[in-house]
Design a protein around this ligand. Structure first.
Ligand SMILES: [Zn+2]
Length: 372
């Protein structure tokens, strides 16, 4: 195991933070897997899974079972991890800029396309190598101005040439679910099975330049641009894995999730050995554009009638929102049928707030598909 540290820009004198990456297995170019946890720093189930993975990967490396390089970053957001305001951890948005830590990763597709265009040929593997090298150079050439930009760029450089990127997050209160692209779904479906994911949400471009998409989109955009002249493979695919809710941090669950990821990596060929047979898929993949963010029209005490993991019918009552002064009760219902995979942790709703998410089957939204 190789432990590397990556210094971030120091925002003020006398302070300094680093990203720590742990590298396992061969670096001969046979394949690379990148796994990070807690990019939203108050989403900690993935950090515990990463810790379990770290112990297991050390053993697998020592027994010579790693076919591919595996890079693990258990603390992807040291900037956000330290943000605690009046006893409340605030790990989703940077306090200084208000920006979501998982948005605005840099898009270098045009630059990479311009650089590789004269050198592309008929061999897709040759094209993939050219694009990877160009991508690395383009990201190395970026100069960050702020600590936040430095953090984003460090993570992006570590992951840009990986064949597979797993970004471990969680929701507020939720069942296991994941986000990936329709193009990558055939490769990701076994992961959904091993993890017991109850929703798999697919979108090619959800509009936020999130970490997972900055890798798949480069290849997708180059495919669109050179489609008719050169064969551009899908050089990388990525998954945002939502490991249930924020409070689901325990050894039993994290150990099982680490096992699921190792089974998936064995099935994929990154680890030598025989994988556990794939369990059944608990819920089919659905378009992210079919997810209904269920909102409340009024503020008040939020009292749920349903739990994450329950199947909803159209118009089903999800919660009451109670105004204890007027005694008005506002029912909150979903409009589409589907699986309720996540609900809010807050119990005092504000008017317009999203209280739950339901994975429907029919796409009906377009444009920007993520939360802010
Ligand atoms: Zn997250």
């Amino acid at each position: 195991m190789l432990h590397r540290t990556h210094d971030l820009i120091s925002p003020v004198p006398g302070t300094g933070r680093q990203i720590h990456s742990f590298h396992f297995g061969p670096t001969d170019g046979a394949g690379k897997i990148y796994i990070q946890a807690s990019l939203h720093a108050d989403e900690l189930p993935g950090m515990l899974v990463a810790w379990h993975l770290k112990q297991r990967l050390r053993e697998l490396e020592q027994t010579g079972r790693l076919n591919h390089e595996i890079v693990l970053v258990p603390v992807a957001n040291p900037v956000g991890l330290e943000q605690v305001l009046m006893d409340v951890p605030l790990g989703r948005y940077e306090l200084e800029s208000g920006q979501n830590f998982n948005r605005l990763f840099v898009d270098v597709s045009d630059q990479v396309g311009d650089e590789v265009e004269p050198h592309l040929g008929d061999d897709p593997q040759h094209n993939a190598r050219l694009i990877r090298a160009s991508l690395r150079r383009a990201l190395e050439a970026q100069v960050p101005n702020t600590q936040l930009q430095a953090q984003r760029l460090t993570l992006q450089r570590l992951a840009c040439d990986a064949d597979m990127v797993l970004d471990l997050h969680c929701d507020f209160e939720a069942v296991a679910h994941l986000y990936t692209t329709p193009e990558a779904w055939p490769k990701v479906e076994p992961l959904s099975r091993y993890l017991g994911a109850q929703a798999s949400l697919l979108a090619t471009d959800s509009g936020g330049h999130s970490f997972d998409e900055c890798f798949t989109l480069v290849w997708w955009e180059l495919q669109q641009r050179f489609n008719h002249r050169f064969e551009i493979p899908q050089g990388s695919f990525s998954v945002t894995v939502e490991l249930r809710g924020q409070l689901d941090v325990d050894h039993h669950t994290a150990g099982a999730d680490a096992d699921a990821i190792l089974d998936y990596l064995t099935d994929f060929g990154a680890i030598a050995g025989t994988a556990t047979p794939q369990p059944e898929l608990l819920y089919p993949a659905t378009p992210l554009a079919a997810v209904e963010p269920v909102t409340t029209a009024a503020g008040g005490l939020l009292v749920f009638h349903v739990l994450p993991g329950e199947e909803m019918s159209a118009g089903q009552l999800i919660a009451d929102v109670i105004d204890p002064i007027t005694d008005r009760i506002t029912p909150v219902r979903c409009t589409q049928p589907g699986l309720l995979y996540a609900r809010s942790l807050r119990r005092m709703a504000t008017a317009g707030m999203v209280v739950a998410h339901v994975a429907g089957r029919e796409a009906y939204r377009s444009g920007y598909l993520l939360s802010p």
